[in-house]
Design a protein around this ligand. Structure first.
Ligand code: ADP
Ligand code: NA
Length: 350
């Protein structure tokens, strides 16, 4: 068995929102107890869609500040910035040669982000999942807390790891670096683990507050569509009050949310923030109108988010603390990534 290691990353692009918090960062915090965790600001990924960024250092600090303000302990675990560890890009190159173009072409995020003019998308946007696999596997990461939108990329990371293991079976044996595992029914002498996504929870995909069929996203032009981690109480209250709903009130049972994406989304957000199931939330609010539920949701969101917002602002006021955390995390991550890459180079025959 591979040693359990939790890895995840967030891009330094735009404002962090409630979807990033509930889908990812809050899980990072919960996983700290009893696990070895590495949390990364993935700045290399931020070039896939847009080459030039106004304030990349500021954006990087802001993600790191959100990690720390949410309760991640950078002493016991590792918080760092991806480009500080060049081994990610080195392994990604090898994975570009392992992965097949057909695998990449099937990625729904690529299709969404590339749009109609696919010939003009960057090669990096197509190769994105290969770098993501390298981010995780350069530490031989086993568990990845992410939102539901990343599920397909993690399946691809397993495919890449599997093909690497199978293609290099003999070399892995010769290098004495493998572990015998069973994948499906097949015994494999593996150097790279099969990563497991950690997606579960009441709000695996937080949807836009304006359109329940789109995910809440940094790139949505309407600021009313998302709650940003740096929003104050007034902004949160306004956005939830204006959130789209239907004319019915809250149902008593989960089946009553079927075909009602906006209602389902608000109940899911409440459940995630309260650490309850949707069933428990409906047991409390079933039969009530949204005019009653929404103020309760505002109070809860403010209660959960305002300490994080306050701490983020404090950390971003004096950047020296965050910079020191990132520097220290980078050194520790580099040492661990280099240990893996020594073996990888040995296995390949460089
Ligand atoms: P974004 O998709 O907003 O650009 P990232 O790609 O950096 O953000 O994703 C950071 C993390 O946040 C990932 O684990 C992703 O799955 C999660 N995430 C992003 N949007 C949502 C959402 N609407 N609901 C749940 N999780 C999300
Ligand atoms: Na994303």
């Amino acid at each position: 068995e591979f040693k359990k290691l939790v890895f995840s990353g967030v891009q330094p692009t735009g404002n962090l929102h409630l979807g990033n918090y509930l889908g990812a960062i809050r899980k990072f915090v919960a996983l700290q107890e009893g696990n070895d965790c590495i949390y990364c600001v993935v700045d290399l990924h931020s070039l896939t869609a847009q080459l030039v960024h106004d304030d990349l250092p500021g954006q990087i600090r802001s993600i790191a500040a959100a990690f720390i303000a949410s309760g991640i302990d950078p002493q016991r675990h590792i918080v760092f910035n991806q480009s500080a560890v060049p081994q990610h890009a080195e392994l990604a190159w090898i994975f570009n040669c392992v992965a097949r173009i057909g695998w990449m072409n099937r990625m729904t995020q690529f299709k969404d982000k590339a749009g109609k003019d696919r010939e003009n998308a960057s090669l990096g946007l197509l190769a994105y999942p290969s770098l993501m696999a390298a981010d995780i596997l350069v530490y031989r990461g086993t568990h990845v807390p992410v939102g539901d939108d990343q599920k397909q990329h993690l399946e691809l990371a397993r495919d890449i790891a599997m093909k690497f293991n199978l293609d290099y079976q003999d070399h892995i044996r010769r290098a004495g670096r493998g572990i015998d595992i069973i994948v499906g029914d097949e015994p494999v002498h593996a150097f790279l683990p099969m990563v497991e996504p950690l997606i579960e929870g009441p709000a695996p995909r937080v949807m836009s507050l304006r359109d329940g069929t789109k995910k809440m996203s940094k790139s949505d032009p309407s600021d009313l569509s998302r709650i940003n981690l740096l929003d104050d109480e007034e902004a949160i209250s306004k956005k939830i009050r204006k959130a789209k709903t239907d004319p019915d009130g809250l149902p008593g049972e989960i089946e009553g949310l079927k075909g009602r994406p906006e209602a389902d989304n608000l109940v899911g957000i409440y459940a995630a923030l309260a650490d309850k199931t949707k069933t428990e939330v409906l047991a409390e609010f079933g039969g009530q109108q949204f005019s009653v539920f929404k103020p309760a949701l505002v109070d809860l969101a403010v209660e959960v988010l305002s300490p994080i917002t306050g701490e983020m602002r404090r950390l971003l006021n004096d950047t020296s603390h965050i910079d020191a955390i990132l520097r220290n995390g980078g050194e520790r991550a580099r040492a661990r990534a280099e240990a893996t890459m020594k073996d990888v180079r040995d296995i390949i025959g460089f």
